[in-house]
Each structure stands twice: as C-alpha cells, then as structure tokens.
Design a binder for this molecule. Structure first.
Ligand code: ADP
Length: 494
C-alpha cells in the first residue's frame, strides 16, 4: 500500500455549482486539500444541470447497466475543474437533470424518488470501489458524505467480498446527523439490497431504511466535522436515535474541524467595498457603510450592526433571535440588524415583518446570495449564530477571519472555534467572541449585550478582532487529519 491513497470522494453537493450548505463548500475544498497533500482524489457527484452546463466538454468514460433492483442504467462523464480536480459526473437524466435543489423540487418538496436517486449514487460508488468497476482507476478509500452516499458501504458489505473483489476501505463523514435519509422498507427490493440487510445491525432503523445508519454501520471509519460534535452525537440529546450505534463505534469515530476556503479572506475578497487585514482594521468601517447603503439601513454610528447569514431553520436558533429582536433594537444598548437567509416560510415571513416594523434599522434579505454573504461578514460589527446544534459551522469561522466577533451558543464546532470573552481569556490572548449555554432568548440576549458593551470599548474590541483574525482554519491541517483516518481505515482487521 502506498502512503498517498487513491480516494473516491462521493458527494451530493459541490460548490459553486450545486450547494445547499456546508457540504457543498467542503466537497470543493477538502478534495483539493487532499490532492495538495499528495492524494489521488476523484469526486463522484450527480450530473445536475448546473454541472453539465459548467462542463460542456465532459466526456463519457463508462456506461453502466441497470444494477439489480429497479435502479436505472447510468453513465459516467469525466471533467476537470479549473483548479485541476477530476470530477466523475453520474449521468442519469431521469434522476438528476431536474431544476431545483439536489433533494427538493423548486417548490421545496423532497423529490419522491430520493431513495432511488441517492441509492443509485451509492450503488455506483460501491461499483467503482470494486473489481467490477468499468474504470481502470480503483480507489483505496471510498469516502462517503452524509446520507446521500450512506448506502455505499452497505452495498460493499452485502454485494461484494471485502477481501476479494472489493478490498477498498470506506470512511463515512457526518456533516449533519439530523438528516438521515429514511425511506420505507419496501424500497429495499428497488435498491437491490438483500432481505437479510433489513436487520438492526444492517440498514433497518425503527422499521424504515436509514441510509445514514447504513453508512455508520458498515464504514471502516467514521468522522464528523468537529471534536465537540463527535462527543455530542454519542449522547441522547444530539444523537438523533443513532447515539447507541455511535457509542458502539466510538473507537472508530473522530472529529476533524473543517477548514475555511482561501476565498474567505478579507484582504483579497473581490466582493468587498474595501479590503482590509488585521493591521488595517479601521478600513473595515467602509464595508459597514457600503452594506448599510446597499440594504437601505440608516447610518447609526453609535449602534453596532448585528448580522445573520443562515439557513432559516430551528436548528440555527433563528427563533431565539426573533424572540429578543425588539429588545435588541429598542432598548439600550441599541443595535441594528441585518439578516441574509432562506428556509422555513414561517421564519422568512417573521424576518420580513420585523424589517417592515423597523424600517432603516432592520434589513431582511430572503434568498441565497454568496457575494452578499461576503459583504455581510465584512460589513457587520457582530455576527449572531445561536444554533441549537452545529456540527462545525462555517459562518462563525468566516466572521472570526473578517474581524466580526461572533455570538454563538457553545455547541459542536461553535464551541471548538469561539472562545468566550472573559478576564482570563483576554489575558491569555484567546478571547475571540461570546458564547452562551442554554438555548433560550434570555441567554442569547445576555451574551449579545455583553458583545455590544465590548464593541463600545474600542481597545478591547480590537483585541477580540485580532485574536479571531489570527486563527488558523487551514484546510491543509484538516486534510492531514483525514489522511490519518484513511490510514486507519486501510488497516482494518481482516
Ligand atoms: P449549514 O451547512 O448547516 O447550512 P454552515 O455554517 O456549515 O451551515 O454553512 C453554511 C454555508 O452556506 C456557508 O458557506 C454560508 O455562507 C452559506 N449560506 C447559508 N445561507 C446563505 C444565504 N442565504 N446566502 C448566502 N450564503 C449562505
């Protein structure tokens, strides 16, 4: 076995072409970092319209007959990104050539055939890891990500001889345990899995098929996206019913913090009104002015601008912000608020209503806008991220890098990246934001007020900003840890 592994990285999202959240970002950044560290990585991703449009030169390299069950025939198209990453596009127009998101229709309903769509992705991933592969290139590691590729390790287990025709090791990464890919038991036959797979130590989960559980059951190693989240998912509260299995597999489970892409750099960011770095923080204020103008906020120099960039869902704790918004806006110490997000209709409406009630002091941009997200990070004074749970979280890391100290709930990756501002942490030089514990409005309000008070003390605030901007969230560091996990997976007992 060579030390630089061949890795098939399987994903249902890849930025910038198809992305609903962090998984899309990671699927672009981690393979590139692994390649820089010497690994031979190919990315297997469905040929969504955005990808076929972005790579018109993609050429067919394999045709695959329908596997067992009712899964259809498909093709593999090969393309290479501008940065040199090889893509394997899984082409099956009936399944993937649809407008809308990877999992949902434009009307935001889950596609009714998601079990088959991502069953096919998983099945083809397992095929490419086996001696039946139509390609010459054979991976040492099959790296699966979240439920859409969770069934791949189960296919390897049930359909292949792991010491013979599919010796490839597998790694399952959990980006969010809340999404599990649960489907009716009847799909087992369609998916071409044997009846014997529908057992508690197989793919069965409370009478249904769970794609994620299948991956956690059969992958040689498991990882998740922060050390604290790796602990939390082994407990009842954040285990989503899988904590028992994760405790059982505890020795094989590791938390690796995501990195931040190089494009999130305030000194080179092309979307900002004014670029800046830790030595030129005074320039940051130009971004606030520009953002306020762009959003129609009035200039209120004595009030910090609080910002949220988020999926608008309960996970993200946006209801807590709504609960305390009037107090933050009206009672001293006053603040302004800018929100960029989309998600559940009830929250979208609530933020729109809040903005209408506070014209010039609250802006609500309902939608997904990558460039505007950059301007939010640079233009805001304080970032709010009161997530109920947060596997890793990217926005708090962007905030830290942009000198916009975050207020976060101390959970998952937020706890691993944000150090609460106290006399001790200031003295130690580690303070970079504000954290709170209980997921309720009062605790968020108290932490946000501490942040606003600190913002009114410019010298103290500079220290917080500089501490945050000095953090190393490099993907190179994360890639080295993944290579360790791959090594461990390849040394699984026979
Ligand atoms: P999650 O993956 O749970 O949504 P993360 O913080 O890990 O949360 O990643 C969210 C990613 O999506 C970040 O890159 C963030 O900037 C981006 N994002 C979320 N909502 C929006 C939005 N409305 N507009 C632009 N970018 C967004």
């Amino acid at each position: 076995m060579s030390s630089a592994p061949r890795v098939l990285f399987v994903t249902s999202e890849i930025a910038p072409w198809q992305k609903t959240g962090g998984l899309g970002d990671i699927s672009a950044a981690l393979p590139a970092a692994l390649a820089s560290a010497g690994a031979d990585v190919r990315i297997l991703v469905p040929a969504y319209p955005a990808l076929t449009a972005a790579f018109p030169e993609a050429r067919e390299i394999a045709r695959m007959a329908p596997p067992a069950g009712t899964l259809p025939a498909s093709r593999l198209l090969a393309a290479t990104t501008a940065t040199g990453m090889p893509l394997l596009l899984l082409d099956c127009p009936d399944f993937f050539a649809r407008l809308g998101g990877p999992y949902q229709s434009p009307g935001r309903r889950n596609w009714p055939d998601n079990a088959l769509r991502f069953g096919l992705l998983s099945r083809v991933a397992a095929l490419l890891a086996s001696n039946d592969s139509p390609l010459d290139w054979r991976p040492d590691i099959l790296h699966c990500n979240d439920w859409p590729s969770g069934l791949a390790p189960a296919y390897l287990h049930y359909l292949y001889d792991r010491r013979g025709d599919a010796a490839c090791a597998s790694v399952m990464t959990i980006h969010n345990l809340a999404f599990q890919g649960l489907f009716p038991a009847q799909r087992l036959v369609d998916l071409g899995l044997p009846e014997a797979a529908f057992v508690y130590d197989g793919v069965e989960f409370h009478g249904q098929i769970s794609f994620l559980k299948a991956g956690l059951q059969f992958a040689d190693r498991i990882s998740t996206v922060s050390p604290t989240y790796a602990q939390e998912i082994q407990q009842d509260e954040l285990g989503f019913g899988l904590d028992g299995l994760l405790r059982y597999r505890s020795a094989d489970l590791r938390g690796i913090l995501n990195g931040v892409e190089a494009s999130w750099n305030s000194a080179t960011d092309p979307y900002l009104a004014q670029r800046y770095d830790a030595r030129h923080l005074a320039a940051k204020v130009k971004n606030r002015k520009a953002l306020a103008a762009e959003l129609g906020l009035i200039e209120e120099a004595a009030a910090p601008l609080l910002a949220i960039v988020s999926r608008l869902t309960e996970q993200k704790g946006v209801d807590l912000v709504l609960a305390i918004a009037d107090q933050l806006l009206d009672e001293p110490p006053r603040a302004q608020l800018a929100v960029l997000g989309n998600g559940e209709a009830e929250f979208e409406t609530a933020f729109r209503t809040l903005a209408a009630r506070h014209p010039g002091r609250v802006a609500a941009v309902i939608g997904f806008d990558e460039r505007l997200a950059h301007r939010f990070e640079a233009g805001a004074d304080i970032f709010l991220m009161p997530s109920r749970f947060e596997p890793c979280g990217l926005n708090q890391m962007y905030s830290l890098r942009y000198g916009t100290p975050p207020v976060v709930r101390a959970t998952g990756g937020l706890a691993d990246t944000v150090t609460d501002c106290t006399a001790q942490t200031l003295a130690a030089g580690s303070a970079n934001g504000f954290t709170f514990g209980p997921p309720d409005g009062a605790s968020l309000l108290a932490a946000t007020r501490r942040a606003i008070d600190a913002w009114h003390r410019p010298k103290l605030w500079r220290r917080l900003q500089k501490n945050g901007m000095a953090a190393d969230f490099s993907w190179a560091k994360a890639a080295a840890d993944y290579l360790d996990v791959y090594r461990a997976a390849r040394h699984r007992p026979a």
